[in-house]
Design a protein around this ligand. Structure first.
Ligand SMILES: [Zn+2]
Length: 282
């Protein structure tokens, strides 16, 4: 991906801050809207509530390496490119846009949805409209899930999480939450898959519209996104984790579906084509 000069004022890098920036404290759990949390990797909600473990996870304060600082710049730039593209799309549709905050962290940090731990992977918290980017996730993606990781992998993941922010701004997240309790677990899993695939669609749409404006894409970028989308497909995760695939328990969609919806967003560049709910829940 080609770099631009854009940087976002909504990006905060908490890596290397040790106990200072993002340490976990107890309390505040009453405000957790646990049901609203949409994990990128289908994390276990108990992990976020596991306050006791947090004190042992104090990270050392340390200087970030040149490479880490560079990645921070990249996340800041990609955040700015999401802000620009989405504010344009919202403007065209007469909707008010509000940017998300983006926090890069390692090991653990405090979030508006409770303590965040890196086992959860990157996620979006609707309560504070913030994307938490666990940067160690990308090593994990390469080593344990077989993705070919490059800079555009980070752009895809951020684009996906930004997609969840868009869902919150458009009221989709709230509508999904209203279904909890009314729907069975199996039905709710299907709703979750539709929610996740729409976030992939939004990531593809973002890539297309940003490239139209800024010419950011280089050969191999879309393949990197596809590789990551395939790696985090439920079938791939289940195969690697438990050795078999149970489609009913899918919460994020299969590798093929994730690639398909990212590409649909990318190829159409049209937000109206992203109704995964209608497409999947009929
Ligand atoms: Zn997601």
């Amino acid at each position: 991906m080609k770099w631009t000069n854009d940087r976002s004022g909504n990006f905060e890098d908490r890596r290397g801050s040790g106990g200072g920036g993002g340490m976990l404290v107890g309390g505040g759990l009453g405000t957790i809207i646990i049901a609203a949390i949409v994990f990128f990797l289908g994390g276990d909600p108990s992990a976020i509530l596991n306050n006791g473990a947090s004190s042992s996870q104090q990270t050392e304060q340390r200087q970030l390496s040149k490479e880490e600082l560079n990645i921070g710049e990249f996340v800041s730039m990609t955040t700015a490119l999401n802000e620009e593209t989405w504010s344009k799309i919202f403007q065209e549709n007469g909707i008010q846009f509000k940017p998300a905050k983006v926090v890069a962290f390692e090991t653990a940090t405090q979030s508006g949805c409770g303590p965040a731990q890196s086992e959860m992977g990157p996620f979006y918290c609707p309560a504070d409209q913030t994307i938490y980017m666990d940067m160690s996730f990308f090593n994990e993606l390469q080593q344990n899930f077989g993705a070919k990781v490059g800079q555009f992998t980070i752009a895809y993941v951020l684009g996906h999480e930004y997609g969840h922010h868009i869902q919150t701004l458009l009221g989709t997240t709230q509508k999904v939450n209203e279904l909890r309790g009314k729907y069975s677990e199996t039905e709710m899993n299907k709703v979750s898959v539709a929610t996740e695939l729409q976030a992939d669609f939004y990531a593809g749409l973002w890539a297309k519209q940003t490239d139209n404006r800024e010419k950011i894409l280089e050969p191999g970028d879309i393949q990197q996104a596809m590789s990551a989308a395939a790696a985090v497909g439920d079938d791939n995760i289940q195969k690697r984790g438990q050795g078999y695939v149970n489609q009913e328990s899918f919460t994020h969609g299969s590798s093929a579906q994730r690639e398909e919806w990212f590409m649909k967003g990318y190829n159409t560049g049209d937000i109206r084509q992203g109704d995964t709910f209608n497409a999947l829940l009929k």
